[in-house]
Every structure is written in C-alpha cells, then in structure tokens.
Design a protein around this ligand. Structure first.
Ligand SMILES: [Mg+2]
Length: 111
C-alpha cells in the first residue's frame, strides 16, 4: 500500500509515540504466525478494537468503578503489564482500521 503523502518518511516522532509504537510492534511480533487483521473487513476490525478496549476494562474491573482520586490502585504487577499489552493491542487494531481507510480513500479518489 502506498503511504499517503502526509505521512511520507521521515516523520519525527515524540518519545510517547515511540514508546507506544514500540509496544505495538512487540505485540504484533507475537502474532506474526497468525493471519491477523491487516486485510480484515473494517467492521470486523472495529468489532475487535472494541473487544480490546473491553479487555482493558476487564482488568481495571472494580478499580475502575471505585476510582476516587488517590484511592485508585495500586494494581498487581501482572495487571500493570497486562494493561500495557492491551493498550498496544488497541493501538494495533486502530492502526489496521486506519490503514483500511487509507486504502478505501485511495480507491474512492481513483473513482
Ligand atoms: Mg488483547
């Protein structure tokens, strides 16, 4: 797929984006053996994105609803790690959805 002109390299990224995208890549590598969602139907990718957001909600669990300033947390170490991984999953699904719409936009522009 051709990179849209507004995203042609080099694009400098801030540290936050670098950290987030690095976690996304780590999670993608774990699933390289699977078919993945790269060419999935946008509605399927969107549904999976919502699932991944739900996975974060499941980990936050009761803490989420009990959130009152400094009463929030702490979590178990495994919960911190899992939330970080699930955020990367959310990022990856949002990326696949975006790429799908880059593709669709290009097709629409060609007419
Ligand atoms: Mg997940």
């Amino acid at each position: 797929m051709k990179i849209p002109p507004e995203f042609e390299l080099p694009v400098s990224v801030r540290v936050d984006v670098h950290q987030f995208s690095s976690m996304m890549e780590i999670e993608l590598k774990k699933n390289d053996h699977k078919r993945g969602y790269k060419d999935g139907h946008p509605l399927v990718v969107f549904a999976k994105l919502i699932d991944e957001i739900g996975e974060i909600g499941n980990i936050l669990g009761d803490q989420f609803y009990a959130w009152e300033g400094d009463k929030y947390g702490p979590f178990k170490k495994s919960d911190y790690d899992e939330i970080i991984r699930e955020c990367a999953d959310v990022g990856n699904l949002a990326m696949f959805l975006m790429l799908s719409f880059f593709e669709q936009r290009a097709k629409a522009m060609r007419g």
